[in-house]
Design a protein around this ligand. Structure first.
Ligand code: HEM
Length: 369
């Protein structure tokens, strides 16, 4: 797989240097060597001696270097029995890189998908020409929609390349990881917009609240382009790398659940069920959090401004229902009767929540969809 050039330094030698506390040893050099090994074997097949050595090193270094610590936490996810959505997608490292680059989550989503374009262009012979062209086309469309200023030819540098850590050597896993990471950024963007809409409503600025909601609906629609991209995954490749991803599922996505609770308090069965059991930190935030539906109920919004707000809520609710429908169809076609990697029964779990609403309207009913 991959674009990583054979490193001039040797991983074992670099680990030795780190152990000796050699000042010349650089965290990013070590991580680049480890990532090179990951690309050649897949994270799942890193040998125990290397994993033990990296584990010892992480324990010794503590959080002395936050990037290396986040990198090692991802690489060692399975080894330390902490394999989950966060470690599979190296999300804490992605977040550090986003801050390093000084970009907002929306731009970061575009940078992650631009990397798919570079990867597919640079690795030749892995895909048939048609799949490759379709994948690149959908990736380019997302980048153009999400952040038109992003130059797809430009690799951001720093730790960016070290945030893609496939568990297998399947070519398709690389783009799959990037798309899931991009989706995380999309959810973060939408959460920010919902919180801004809530604050605007509390400040009696209904038009601003409406504008934030309308923007969230656009961002969610752009995420539909990501599903088109995911649909180019070849089933055999998907099932091959999925053997090693058990325990990591987007049901553990904190950013998705934060988006949900920024819209409104989920229904009691949803909050008490497996959807939120996988995100205890987010579930604990619910009682202390303001949300859009609560603000709408308490502040109200009348007249033309109120009607425009209700229309924007409906558009977002419908967009989310479409998003769930597309996700459900994709999962049904890829999984059939197989259980989910997050230990739910799979597609029936998704079907159960298809009609769950994000918002509750001021009258006490559900937001229209
Ligand atoms: C072939 C691709 C995919 C399949 C087969 C699939 C399948 C599933 C399944 C079976 C679940 C239920 C939880 C579990 O047991 O894992 C789930 C949950 C979820 N998936 Fe996917 N998924 C796919 C792609 C995606 C993508 C690209 C995203 C975008 C982020 C995504 C986002 C989610 C979210 C947010 C949940 C949690 C839903 C909830 O809690 O109600 N999935 N997925």
């Amino acid at each position: 797989m991959a674009r990583t050039r054979p490193p001039a330094l040797h991983l074992d030698a670099e680990l030795d240097r780190q152990y000796r506390g050699d000042r010349a040893a650089d965290p990013r050099t070590l991580a680049t060597l480890v990532a090179g090994r990951v690309r050649r074997t897949g994270r799942h097949h890193l040998g125990s001696p290397l994993l033990d050595a990296l584990g010892d090193l992480q324990d010794r270094l503590g959080d002395g270097d936050v990037h290396l610590d986040a990198f090692l936490t991802a690489v060692l996810g399975r080894h330390r029995n902490r394999f989950c959505n966060q470690t599979y997608l190296a999300l804490p490292l992605v977040e550090l890189v986003r801050v390093d680059l000084g970009v907002d989550p929306q731009t970061m989503s575009a940078l992650l998908v631009a990397d798919v374009v570079r990867h597919e262009r640079e690795v030749t012979g892995a895909l048939d020409a048609r799949t490759r062209a379709v994948r690149i086309r959908h990736a380019l469309r997302f980048v153009a929609a999400a952040a038109p200023g992003v130059d797809v030819a430009h690799e951001p540098g720093g730790w960016f390349a070290l945030t893609a850590l496939p568990v297998s050597t399947e070519h398709d896993e690389y783009f799959f990881i990037r798309v899931l990471q991009a989706h995380e950024m999309v959810f973060t963007t939408m959460t920010d917009l919902l919180r801004a809409a809530t604050a605007a409503l509390r400040a009696d600025d209904v038009p601003a609240a409406t504008a934030h909601l309308a923007r969230a609906a656009v961002v969610l629609d752009q995420a539909a382009l990501l599903f088109r991209l995911v649909a180019t995954v070849r089933p055999a490749a998907f099932h091959s790398f999925r053997r090693y991803t058990e325990g990591a599922s987007a049901i553990q996505s904190e950013s998705y659940k934060r988006f949900e609770i920024a819209c409104g308090t989920p229904s009691p069965p949803r909050l008490a069920g497996e959807a939120f059991a996988h995100v205890p930190v987010v579930r604990a935030e619910v009682p202390h959090l303001d949300d859009f539906s609560a603000a709408w109920r308490e502040v109200g919004a009348d007249g033309a401004d109120g009607a425009a707000l209700a229309t924007a809520v409906t558009a977002l609710e419908r967009g989310h229902r479409r998003w769930k429908g597309t996700h459900h169809s994709l999962a049904a076609s890829m999984l059939g009767d197989a259980p989910g990697s997050g230990y739910t029964e799979g597609v029936p779990y998704l079907r159960r929540w298809l009609d769950e609403r994000l918002f509750s309207a001021p009258g006490g009913g559900a937001g229209a969809a």
